[in-house]
Write a protein of this length. Structure first.
Length: 146
């Protein structure tokens, strides 16, 4: 048990020294975790404001789930319900996207730790979404897109 605690401490120290590469500026940093409806709509509301927006998500795409059934019945092409995140914000100057899985948040020191490193923030928005309820059906959960 003691080895595991020591290993975790070493990993955290290494992560603290590995910062996510971002352009330097004097704007307040807003880190948004999650590129679902809430995260993307929040970012759109603050477009052209004097802030630096950093979006972290474990996927590099936004999936419009309400129309997913249309793809299943061949009513729409798959690329009609999935958009690359970088394409959504390609013309923005103050938005930075990093594909990363957030591992922990240090609210006392304003740091987000992810699998690619750490980032400090002035404001944090957690918009990680929800998980699908399969109502106890293990067979559907096994083959479904989650």
């Amino acid at each position: 048990m003691r080895k595991i605690g020591l290993l975790f401490k070493i990993i955290m120290i290494k992560q603290q020294n590995k910062h996510i590469c971002l352009p330097e500026n004097d704007y307040p940093k807003i880190v948004v975790i999650g590129a679902g409806f809430a995260g993307i709509n929040f970012i759109k509301k603050i477009k052209n404001k004097p802030v630096q927006i950093i979006l972290l998500d474990q996927n590099n795409y936004h999936q419009f789930q309400p129309l997913l059934y249309q793809v299943a019945i061949s009513g729409l092409e798959p690329d009609s319900v999935v958009s690359p995140i970088r394409k959504l914000f390609k013309s923005w100057d103050n938005m930075i996207y990093r594909m990363a899985k957030v591992e922990s948040i240090d609210t006392e020191n304003n740091y987000v730790y992810a699998d690619i490193g750490c980032i400090n923030y002035d404001y944090l928005v957690i918009a990680t979404g929800s998980s699908t309820n399969f109502y106890g059906s293990a067979s559907i959960k096994k083959i479904a897109l989650d």
